[in-house]
Design a protein around this ligand. Structure first.
Ligand SMILES: [Fe+2]
Length: 276
């Protein structure tokens, strides 16, 4: 099974570049164009921050560019998303779910080529960091009671794995990773997919590989002074193959972009208080 994993498209109502000279829609078009010849893609997954401004227009654009294709597309919410507008355009985030969470959170289950894809909603309105509600965890526990033919892939926005010592990721990630790990441990989960950090990051979580794909709108480069995050231009994606002898195989793709890697802006988090 082959998945194209995108994240953090940060689409907006305005069809113009942001103050840093990045046009989110153009970043998305560029990576989709450069990935258009990839053979055998069974599904596209967007792990949150679909919209930057939470407007219906941004979700409509996401649907037009990603959701309205022959290959089915799956969306999760991120901290920038707005559940009402997301739901109005993208529903639960799955085109033909086999199960949906009964609540405001956008969580659902689909079956793709024998794999069970579960998306969770880690959005806390108004907060940068995330949490998966106790009711969603109960629902997930119930779903995972029965193994899927080829196993399960779980996707949500806020990673519970961070670059050790990175203060901002520690603050901005998933706040109840321990509770999620307790639900996932010992199940048929083969892979966990996240976004949010706008950089590629791998770690083991609850006995399964966890991957954070870099952003579509930009990428965060940690080669600068510790505490200073450098936001660089260029859209990225991850191509994921499941089921082969070395499964899961993950390969990062970068859009061909003459501006790739150029610094758009830097944020000095050493001066920022990371409270609620
Ligand atoms: Fe984001």
């Amino acid at each position: 099974m082959r998945l194209l994993h995108l994240s953090d498209t940060h689409l907006t109502r305005e069809a113009e570049p942001n103050p840093y000279g990045i046009d989110p829609a153009e970043s998305l078009r560029r990576i989709l164009r450069d990935c258009s010849e990839l053979p055998g893609v069974d599904a596209i997954l967007v792990s949150g921050d679909v919209a930057d401004d939470g407007t219906p227009e941004a979700y409509a654009q996401a649907f037009e560019l990603i959701g309205n294709r022959e290959v089915p597309a799956f969306f999760t919410t991120g901290n920038h998303d707005e559940r009402g507008a997301f739901a109005a355009v993208l529903g639960c985030g799955h085109p033909k779910p086999v199960a949906e969470f009964d609540g405001p959170e956008r969580a659902a289950v689909s079956l793709i080529e024998g794999y069970r894809l579960v998306t969770l909603d880690s959005l806390i309105p108004g907060k940068t960091y995330g949490r998966i509600s106790a009711r969603q965890l109960d629902w997930l526990r119930e779903i995972l009671t029965e193994p899927a033919p080829e196993g399960t892939v779980v996707a949500f926005h806020h990673p519970p794995v961070i670059v050790p010592g990175h203060r901002v990721q520690e603050w901005a990630g998933l706040r109840n990773g321990d509770e999620l790990a307790a639900v996932l441990t010992g199940t048929d989960v083969r892979l966990i997919l996240c976004g949010h950090f706008h950089l590629q990051l791998f770690g083991m979580f609850a006995g399964a590989p966890l991957w954070v794909t870099p952003g579509v709108v930009n990428r965060i480069d940690l080669t600068g002074t510790p505490g200073v995050d450098r936001f660089v231009k260029g859209a990225s994606a991850t191509l994921i193959d499941l089921g082969g002898p070395h499964s899961p195989v993950l390969h990062t793709l970068h859009a061909r972009d003459p501006e790739m890697g150029r610094t758009a802006y830097e944020v000095d988090f050493r001066e920022v208080s990371l409270s609620d």
